[in-house]
Design a protein around this ligand. Structure first.
Ligand code: CA
Length: 229
């Protein structure tokens, strides 16, 4: 069954080109030209992935992403004309899984979409493979995280980052290793992305746990330090 992609973009030329390439790659493509229209379509059609222009008239992409995130963990790829890192980082903070900077090659866009959807497919194993720690319990099959009895709401990418660290419990992973484990060979971005995601995961977990669970090893990377059970 082919995945459904929702493209929210106000520029007609980009809609046309992106749709042609995505359809050629076998995806079902829905188009919206504004944030409100996109949100409406997302609610009705439940797409597998949303490609979202950051710079939309009316309701901008950040706002749209925040609203999408309120009721789903659909994959979000941000499309941005701005090349400033702060915008990209802000996009990731709001819960985007990846970003593409304009002008982009439509082939690259398709490759990224395929890479992200592959991550979801490869994340479906068997039996109870829960990882249990003193404060944290992680269930990779159900993609759930608990601190004590409290479920923690992580986005898909935040979860993958946490899982990579937890599976290498008490070992230091550098940024490149984390990029490899989470994004595979398909990632085009910078190490900075890792810092953003680790920061988010840490904030969400440690606010509830009340103790440090991920340690920054200066100049090297990160270490998951909750005690194994
Ligand atoms: Ca635009």
């Amino acid at each position: 069954m082919s995945a459904t992609i929702l493209l929210i973009e106000d520029e007609a030329s980009i809609r046309t080109v992106a749709r042609a390439y995505l359809e050629q790659a076998g995806f079902r493509v829905l188009l919206a030209i504004s944030g409100p229209e996109g949100l409406e379509l997302a609610r009705r059609e439940r797409p597998d992935l949303v490609i979202l222009d950051l710079n939309l008239p009316g309701m901008d992409g950040m706002e749209v992403a925040a609203r999408l995130r309120q009721d789903s963990d659909v994959f979000i790829v941000m499309l941005t004309a701005r090349s400033e890192e702060s915008d990209r980082v802000a996009g990731l903070r709001i819960g985007a899984d990846d970003y593409v900077t304009k002008p982009f090659s439509p082939r690259e866009l398709v490759a990224r979409v395929e890479a992200i959807l592959r991550r979801r497919r490869s994340a479906t194993p068997a039996v109870d493979s829960s990882l249990r720690f003193a404060h944290l319990q992680i269930n990779p099959d159900r993609r759930e995280v608990y601190v004590g009895n409290q479920a923690i709401d992580l986005t898909t990418t935040e979860f993958d980052v946490l899982l990579a660290l937890a599976r290498h419990h008490s070992r230091v992973l550098n940024r490149e290793q984390i990029l490899d484990l989470v994004w595979g060979d398909d990632f085009y971005g910078t190490d900075r992305v890792v810092d953003v995601y680790v920061g988010q995961v840490r904030r969400k977990l440690e606010a509830i746990a009340g103790v440090p669970l991920i340690q920054t090893v200066r100049g090297v990377g990160y270490k998951f330090i909750d005690e194994a059970m």
